[in-house]
Design a protein around this ligand. Structure first.
Ligand SMILES: [Fe+2]
Length: 433
C-alpha cells in the first residue's frame, strides 16, 4: 500500500486560495506520468498523486502562486512578538536585526518559502513558534560565540525544524491528548522528514539537516531518534534543542498560566543533564536578562486546596518513583544488558534529578504539611514554584513511561516472569493517568 501523501493533501487545501502548479512533469517511481507540467494541483489531482509513490519529492515539482515574502514573514514575526509581550525582551537581547537578515536569506530559497507558506497556512501554531524560536536562538548563538555560518545553520534549522510535521497525519499532529506508541513513533519521524527536505536544496549547508535531526536528542542519551551521546551532538543541534525546550516551557507555563519568564530558570534546572552545561548556562544567562521576578499570592482557601493537591501529587509521584525503582533496581541483574537503552538511561536521569532537586523528599512533605499555618509571601512564592516544578516532574514521569512502551516486548524476555513488566507498566500508567 502506498503511504498517504499528507503534504499533497495540504497543498490541495492551499490551492483553494493560492494556486499550486506543477513546475515539471510528476512521475511515479515506475516512470508513469501522474501530473503534467503546468497543471494546477486540484483536490482531484491530489487524490491521484496520493495513490502513487512519486519518483521525486512533491515539494521540488510544484510552486505556489503567492509564497510568503520577506515583508510578510517579518510582519508575522513582529505581530507575534507583540502578542506575546516579549518585544522588550527581544530588544534587550538585540536579536531582531539579525533575524531580519536571516529571513532575507531564506526568501532566496523558493522551496523554503513554499514550505513556510504551507506551514503558516496549515499548521499556524508551528509556524508562529518556529519564528519566535529562530529569533531566540540568536541570543544563544551570541552567548556561545558562534560564527556567522554556524548562526545561519542554527537559525534556518530552527525555522524548519518542525516542518516535517506537514508530512505526518494531521490527526496525529493535532491530537490534543497523549500519543499512543504508534502515534509517538510517527511523530518522531518529523526530524528525518525535515532532513530529507534540506537535502533537496544543495545550496543549503547540509549541517542544517544534521542539526535538525539532532534537535530532539539530549545529552543524557534520552533523546530521539538515535539516543546519541553528547560527544556526537553538534553545537548547532544542541542550540536548536535548547530553543525547543525553552519554547515548550514558555508555552506551558508563561503563556498558558501567565507566569513571568523568570520561572523558566528553575524549570530548566530540574533536569540539568538533558542539555550540556555549556548550552544550559548560556540559556540561563539569556533568561536572566529578562530581569523579571515573579510572585504568587493565594487566599487562605486557595492555599489550603493547593497544599492538598500538592500533597496528593507528591505522594503519587513518590509511589511512581518507588515503582520504577522496584523495576530498575530490584531487577538490575536481569536488565543489565539493557543498561544503555533509553528507558534505563532515563531512569538513571530521574534518580539523579530526585537526588539533586529533593522535590519528593520527606523534608518537602513535612514542609507542605506545615504550610497551611504559614501566610507569608515568601511561603506563597515557594509553594507556587514548588507547584510548577512538581507539574514538570509529573510530565517527566509521563515522558519516561511513554518511552518505556516500545521496549517492553524487547525487555520482557529477560525477566523470569515476563508478565511482570507488563502489569508493572499498566500499574504505572494508572498512577500517572
Ligand atoms: Fe521537533
Amino acid at each position: 500500500m502506498v503511504p498517504v501523501n499528507y503534504y499533497a493533501e495540504h497543498l490541495a487545501e492551499i490551492n483553494k486560495t493560492n494556486t499550486v502548479t506543477a513546475t515539471e512533469n510528476i512521475y511515479n517511481v515506475k516512470g508513469a506520468l501522474i501530473v503534467a507540467e503546468g497543471r494546477i494541483i486540484t483536490a482531484e489531482l491530489m487524490q491521484k498523486i496520493t495513490l502513487h509513490k512519486l519518483a521525486d519529492s512533491l515539494e521540488s515539482c510544484v510552486m505556489l502562486e503567492y509564497p510568503l515574502d520577506h515583508k510578510k514573514i517579518v510582519g508575522d514575526l513582529k505581530d507575534r512578538v507583540q502578542e506575546l509581550a516579549i518585544d522588550q525582551f527581544f530588544e534587550k537581547l538585540d536579536v531582531m536585526e539579525e533575524a531580519i537578515q536571516h529571513f532575507s536569506y531564506l526568501t532566496q530559497h523558493p522551496l523554503m518559502m513554499q514550505k513556510l507558506t504551507v506551514l503558516a497556512e496549515r499548521l499556524p501554531n508551528i509556524y508562529n513558534r518556529s519564528l519566535i524560536s529562530s529569533v531566540f536562538s540568536i541570543a544563544l548563538c551570541n552567548e556561545l560565540n558562534l560564527n556567522a555560518e554556524q548562526r545561519r545553520i542554527v537559525f534556518v534549522g530552527c525555522v524548519i525544524s518542525d516542518s516535517g510535521l506537514l508530512n505526518i497525519n494531521p490527526d496525529v499532529v493535532n491530537k490534543p491528548g497523549a500519543y499512543n506508541e504508534d502515534e509517538w513513533r510517527l511523530f518522531q519521524g518529523h526530524v528525518l522528514i525535515a532532513r530529507q527536505f534540506v537535502k533537496l536544496q544543495p545550496d543549503i549547508n547540509k549541517m542544517v539537516g544534521i542539526a535538525i535531526v539532532e534537535h530532539h536528542e539530549r545529552t543524557d542519551g534520552c533523546g530521539y531518534p538515535r539516543g546519541l551521546k553528547p560527544e556526537n551532538l553538534s553545537i548547532e543541534g544542541q542550540i536548536i534543542g535548547m530553543t525547543d525546550t525553552i519554547g515548550a516551557l514558555f508555552r506551558k507555563h508563561v503563556m498558558r498560566k501567565k507566569c513571568s519568564t523568570a520561572v523558566l530558570e528553575p524549570l530548566l534546572q530540574i533536569n540539568t543533564s538533558a542539555h550540556s552545561s555549556e548550552v544550559l548556562n548560556a540559556a540561563l544567562k539569556v533568561i536572566r536578562k529578562q530581569e523579571e521576578s515573579y510572585s504568587y499570592s493565594y487566599s487562605e482557601e486557595e492555599l489550603e486546596k493547593l497544599i492538598d493537591d500538592l500533597t496528593e501529587r507528591q505522594q503519587r509521584l513518590t509511589s511512581c518513583f518507588n515503582k520504577l525503582k522496584e523495576l530498575y533496581i530490584q531487577h538490575a541483574d536481569e536488565l543489565i544488558e539493557f543498561e544503555n537503552t533509553r528507558p534505563i538511561l532515563m531512569f538513571r536521569q530521574l534518580e539523579k534529578t530526585m537526588d539533586t532537586s529533593g522535590l519528593l523528599s520527606e523534608h518537602q512533605a513535612g514542609w507542605l504539611k506545615e504550610g497551611s499555618k504559614n501566610n507569608q509571601s515568601d511561603y506563597h512564592n515557594a509553594i507556587g514554584e514548588y507547584a510548577l516544578l512538581l507539574e514538570e516532574l509529573e510530565y517527566y514521569f509521563n515522558f519516561i513511561n511513554r518511552n518505556v512502551e516500545p521496549y517492553l516486548s524487547e525487555i520482557q524476555d529477560c525477566f523470569k516472569d515476563p508478565a511482570f513488566i507488563f502489569s508493572h507498566h499498566a500499574e504505572l500508567d494508572a498512577m500517572l493517568a
